[in-house]
Design a protein around this ligand. Structure first.
Ligand code: MG
Length: 317
């Protein structure tokens, strides 16, 4: 790393559209006076824990660091507004890598019209990016808002990001197809979260795997669920790779960053219609139940249960 700390900050922030003081970045703290109903989250991605340098470009690291935070805001039904970023950089980091991270992060930020308002840089043993992102929600969605009978919807498809990681590890290097793209460039469902805020009662993002995150939602709502496993949205890639084992794979797959949404039956049709109108793909996968267990039901009576909150699957082998 040849640039000094202050040049590094200038270099990084030059990729973002910024506002004059006192808004930030550039002062000792960011000044954001104009937000009510604030929703705030923080998440960090760490080299060799959340990503490996041999698989991820600098742009992809920058993108993913912001995307995982925005997914949490989406799950709350929040409209993202601004974020702070802390870069921990090893001595060997190249200027081109800093530019790459800034580029990947700023592209995602611009596409959602959110602002970088401040941050920090530090030397470190390994690369990590910590972000604090905030948005607004007039009526925040929580995990605990579900009621018995609510219809469960899942956005997109599941199991792909886990398959992407498996493919990357098998090939030992960069390779691009849809599952790999899902692993490296997850797309936070911000627009869907805003729709859900108008129609739904509870939501969570699928970062730890469908089974795990459904259990979190059920536990917080003090409910159980029936899931129709034949309806689970699996991509062609996941089906083709795992055949009969595809459902189990997808249930345990982490990092999909899709939204699991619980909607009152009376609002279900209106929710589906609005999603169809704007082109957000959702699938009805089951419903919440008063009985506090999670039942996975398939054709031919094949089913298995697990208690809500039970840590049955490990996200990665
Ligand atoms: Mg989450």
């Amino acid at each position: 790393l040849k640039v000094n700390e202050f040049d590094l900050i200038d270099l990084f922030t030059s990729y973002f559209r910024t506002r004059p003081p006192p808004r930030g970045p550039g002062d000792d703290a960011a000044y954001v006076p104009d937000l009510r109903n604030l929703c705030v989250t923080t998440d960090v991605i760490v080299e060799n824990v959340h990503f490996e340098r041999r698989f991820f470009s600098a742009e992809e690291i920058g993108h993913k660091a912001l995307a995982v935070n925005l997914s949490d805001l989406a799950a709350m039904g929040a409209k993202p507004a601004w974020f702070l970023v802390s870069l921990c950089l090893p001595e060997r980091t190249l200027e081109s890598e800093i530019r790459g991270m800034a580029l990947g992060m700023s592209r995602l930020a611009r596409s959602l019209r959110i602002e970088l308002v401040g941050g920090n840089v530090s030397k470190a043993g390994e690369l990590s990016i910590s972000i604090c992102a905030a948005g607004t929600a007039r009526r925040p969605l929580t995990r605990s808002g579900g009621r018995p009978g609510d219809v469960l919807y899942l956005s997109g498809t599941m199991g792909d990001a886990r398959l992407g990681l498996k493919l990357l590890r098998a090939s030992g290097g960069p390779r691009l197809n849809e599952p790999v793209r899902r692993q490296k460039r997850p797309h936070p469902r911000v627009r869907l979260g805003l729709i859900a805020a108008r129609f739904a009662r509870a939501a969570i993002d699928i970062s730890d795997g469908f089974a795990q995150d459904l259990a979190h939602l059920c536990k917080a709502s003090r409910l159980g669920a029936i899931v129709n496993v034949d309806r689970l949205p699996l991509s062609r890639g996941v089906r083709a790779t795992f055949g009969a084992g595809a459902v189990d794979w997808a249930l345990a797959g982490g990092e999909d960053y899709e939204l699991l949404i619980a909607v009152a039956p009376s609002r279900a049709t209106a929710f589906e219609r609005e999603c169809a109108r704007v082109g957000e793909k959702i699938t009805r996968v089951g419903q919440l139940t008063a009985a506090r267990k999670i039942l996975f039901q398939g054709a031919g009576g094949k089913s298995h249960t697990m208690p809500a909150g039970y840590d049955h699957f490990r996200p990665f082998d």
